[in-house]
Structures are given as C-alpha cells and as structure tokens.
Design a protein around this ligand. Structure first.
Ligand SMILES: Cc1cc2nc3c(=O)[nH]c(=O)nc-3n(C[C@H](O)[C@H](O)[C@H](O)COP(=O)(O)O)c2cc1C
Length: 178
C-alpha cells in the first residue's frame, strides 16, 4: 500500500446494503481513501446503522449535492490513481453501461474513464437468485435479466474491472497493487 498523499484511491458507495459492512471495514483500514456517496448511499448507510456524520469525521467524504458533480475535477488534477465502486447498485451499473452520468458516482466513473484512471466495480446483482443483507436481516433477491446483462456489458468496458463477489473484490485490489 502506498503512503497517504497523492495519488489516492477514490471509493464510491451506492445505495446498496449488499456487503456494505465489509466494504466499510475495508475502507476503514486504509489511510488513502476518499469517499464518494450517492444520495441513496447516504440514506442506506443510516438504515444499516452507520452514521454518515461520523464517517465524514474520519474520511474525506464527497456527497451528491450538486447537478454538475464538481469533485470530478479532482480526477483531472491527478488526485486519484484508481476508482473503486463498491457496492454498486443495479441502478448505477445500468447508468454506467448506457454512458449516463447524472449522479456523483456515475459522473466520477465516466470522468475516471476519460482520464484513463482504472475502475473496479463490485456489482451487487450478479446471480439469478442470491441472499443479501436487508436492514432487518438476510433476504432472498432475484435480479432481473436486465440487471445481469448490464453487469456483463460493463465487464467489456475499457479501464474497467467488474467483480461479482466480495472475495473477487479483494483479489482485484490485491492484483492491482492496492
Ligand atoms: C435498505 C436498502 C437496500 C438496498 N440494497 C440494494 C442492493 O443491494 N442492490 C441494488 O441494486 N439496490 C438496492 N437498493 C435500492 C437503491 O438504493 C436504489 O435503486 C437507489 O435509487 C440507487 O441509487 P444509486 O445507484 O444512485 O445509489 C436498496 C435500497 C434500500 C432502501
């Protein structure tokens, strides 16, 4: 792991409970992460018992409060060597696949690509039937064909590594020297 300073790791959280705690644990172990929260992520964090304000005390945290996503400028100034989007909702994955950048997270993914900064995306909806973490406990979820197809489509994008399981996320980070 590199020393704190530049370039850093940009980590985007979206509004998903799937492996949210595990991702937060990873983020908490690192001194080199800046966080980017979708509007849904800010809400969902609280639903899973995490206090976004306490997170902001420890970590540089950009929230989705503007239309033009000014923090994307940081990618052009070389602040980040890599973007991690984990966990990534099917909503954010769909927007990425269709080139839409109308949220903070989809904007930084698009701008990372335009700056040739590589991204790792941990998609949530990856199997036709899967168990996931709801605020009240484990539930079954049955992702639709469109959700699964979008994950596969995103896997063919330039500067993008898509992972479908948490252990694959760990392996991709390690392989990338993170
Ligand atoms: C408690 C809770 C858990 C959620 N978990 C997921 C999830 O695992 N996967 C998913 O695709 N959407 C999930 N959602 C729905 C997203 O938050 C919703 O689609 C939101 O619009 C996504 O916005 P974003 O992609 O900008 O973060 C969840 C919503 C709630 C309230």
């Amino acid at each position: 792991m590199r020393e704190p300073g530049s370039p850093r790791l940009a980590w985007a959280l979206t509004g998903s409970g799937h492996y949210l705690r595990e991702c937060l644990d990873l983020i908490g172990q690192r001194p080199d992460v800046d966080l980017f929260l979708s509007r849904a992520a800010s809400e969902v964090l609280a639903m899973y018992g995490h206090d976004p304000r306490r997170l902001r005390e420890r970590i540089v945290c950009y929230r989705d409060t503007t239309a033009s996503a000014p923090p994307v400028g940081l990618f052009y100034r070389g602040r980040y060597r890599r973007l991690v989007v984990a966990p990534a909702t099917s909503n954010t994955v769909a927007k990425m696949v269709w080139g839409i950048s109308d949220t903070l997270v989809t904007n930084i993914y698009a701008q990372a690509g335009k700056c040739r900064v590589p991204s790792i995306v941990f998609a949530c909806d990856t199997e036709p039937a899967m168990e996931t973490e709801a605020p009240g406990g484990r539930v079954m979820v049955y992702p639709r064909r469109i959700d699964l197809e979008n994950v596969d489509r995103l896997g063919s994008f330039e500067h993008t590594t898509v992972v479908k399981r948490f252990d694959e996320l760990l392996a991709a980070l390690e392989q990338a020297g993170e």
